[in-house]
Design a protein around this ligand. Structure first.
Ligand code: FAD
Ligand code: SF4
Length: 464
């Protein structure tokens, strides 16, 4: 019976209206919608969705509580595995994780797990309620965490509940990592969601000190040898943008997606009274096809530009979340698939005027199984542009490696670490994008929690 109920979709802002503002696109479920959607869950005996969630949220169990209308009980179930449910419910790539394994998705549409998780967290906040998390009494041991993104927050939160005194050192003036400086307001509201979920971590006793660059202001050695930290977790992310190395990348108007989004989000350049300048021009070309590219394109559109995303494979291979691509298309972003830039051109003052591209076709699969894009001879063409936003992935900043003897990195500058986060330096653990390279919020969170358990075991063993 339950299978016959079609998937419930929450209301969204009209694409024409929302492409001119920074308010959240999706309104989320009403109580009636949430209960109806929850009723679609088959409560499988062997729930594949739980295995497919990187932190194994007990999905059928929390949905069971929602079916009864008990939001508090549902939130308590989620809190056992995830400290950031309002964030994950909004930004996890559910179609390849939990929802991608939902049995209902085989013949029809998966249960809207992410939106139900978001509903649970949002409703708790609206009711002014918090899940009570048990915090062990202080065990007298101190741990330092570098970076306040999802990896650092998850590690710090978990350690605090185990009785540790934890301090996060954050280079920027605001906590949250990519959640604050990268993902735009229209996808992840800052005050309402990010600040609120960071507060939940602070409520566990975690201290966050901003404006501290580890490697400059302090070092890992000074934290451990002078300040008494027995272990350090490095969750410093992968914030260093990659470029293509093509002609014209130094022209005025060529910018990395990270810089563009940081100006817009963290420095509020989209607000008319902000001091931070942002140059958008009239015709923007975004190079790349990931979530970062979609965010940059949709931000530029909201700032008034005509935007084209240039991607060297087809729509099918776009790495961005399906929902974000769909929203970008609805908002009028143009896509030029199987297209790759070869040079950027400028005027006599050094400002971008156009970008030369070639058309591509997909050849044989490469080592990773993805079909390799190959240039079609004679397909060279120009696209007019005054701003080119490069969104070609990011690498970890080398500062921490350079200032920490014994810390080894791999080929792409990522920190070498075991699955539990142990690095090549005793007492130093790492996780999230700093180890994997640019990945996802939930993977970073999972890595932070695993490392917390390993740090706990390490300190207990050392103090036996
Ligand atoms: P980060 O979030 O990068 O946090 C690292 C923190 O460490 C930063 O605050 C940084 O300032 C700080 N730091 C760095 N060096 C130092 C230092 N030396 N001293 C002190 N502090 C330091 N993932 C999804 O799952 N879904 C999405 O929809 C999605 N969209 C994205 C959109 C954008 C624009 C971007 C950039 C990423 C997106 N991601 C998305 C990826 C996701 O945000 C990251 O994988 C995740 O944030 C990684 O978490 P982290 O904690 O490892 O690093
Ligand atoms: Fe799905 Fe992410 Fe929630 Fe896990 S945390 S159940 S992957 S939305």
């Amino acid at each position: 019976m339950a299978v016959k109920i079609p998937r419930v979709y929450p209301q969204e802002q009209d694409p024409k209206v929302r492409s001119t503002n920074f308010e959240e696109v999706c309104y989320g479920f009403t109580s009636e919608e949430a209960i109806l959607e929850a009723s679609r869950c088959l409560d499988c005996k062997n729930p594949r969705c739980v295995q497919a969630c990187p932190v194994n949220v007990q999905i059928p169990a929390f949905i069971r509580e929602l079916k009864k209308g008990d939001v508090e009980a549902a939130a308590a179930v989620i809190a056992r595995d995830s400290a950031l449910p309002a964030i994950c419910g909004r930004v996890c790539p559910q179609e390849t994780q939990c929802e991608g394994s939902c049995v209902l998705g085989i013949k029809g549409e998966a249960v809207s797990i992410g939106k139900l998780e978001r509903y649970t967290a949002d409703t708790m906040r609206a009711m002014g309620k918090k899940v009570k998390v048990e915090v062990q009494p202080s065990n007298g041991h101190k741990v330092a965490v570098i970076g306040s993104g999802p990896a650092g927050l998850a590690c710090a939160g978990e350690l605090a509940t185990r009785g540790y005194t934890v301090k996060i050192f954050e280079a920027l003036h605001t906590a949250g990592g990519v959640l604050s400086y990268g993902i735009p307001e229209f996808r992840l509201p800052k005050e309402k969601v990010v600040v609120a979920e960071i507060q939940n971590v602070k409520d566990l006793g975690v201290e966050i000190e901003t404006n501290v660059i580890v490697g400059r202001t302090v070092t890992i050695d000074s934290l451990m040898e002078e300040d008494g930290y027995e272990a350090v977790f490095v969750g410093s992310g992968a914030g260093l943008p990659n470029f293509m190395g093509i002609e014209g990348e130094n022209l005025n108007g060529v910018v990395s997606a990270n810089e563009f989004l940081t100006r817009a989000n963290l420095m509020h350049a989209y607000q008319s009274d902000a001091d931070t300048p942002i140059y958008v021009g009239h015709r923007v070309v975004v190079v790349g096809g990931g979530n970062v590219a979609m965010d940059a394109a949709r931000t530029a559109k909201r700032l008034g530009a005509d935007v084209t995303v240039v991607y060297r494979r087809t729509e099918k291979e776009l790495p961005a979340r399906v929902e974000e691509v769909h929203h970008a298309m609805e908002e009028g972003i143009n896509f030029s698939f199987l297209t790759n830039p070869t040079a950027i051109h400028g005027d006599e003052k050094g400002f971008v005027t156009s970008i030369t591209c070639v058309k591509m076709e997909l050849g044989e699969p490469d080592e990773g199984g993805r079909r390799r894009p190959m240039v079609i001879e004679g397909s060279q063409h120009d696209i007019d542009a005054d701003v080119v936003i490069m969104s070609l992935g990011t690498s970890p900043n080398p500062l921490i490696k350079m200032t920490t003897p014994g810390l080894e990195t791999g080929r792409r500058g990522t920190l070498t670490a075991t699955a539990d986060g142990a690095t090549t330096r005793e007492g130093v653990f790492a996780g999230g994008d700093a180890v994997t390279g640019a990945a996802t919020v939930i993977l970073a969170m999972g890595a932070g929690r695993r490392a917390a358990a390993a740090i706990d075991a390490y300190i207990q063993e050392k103090n036996k």
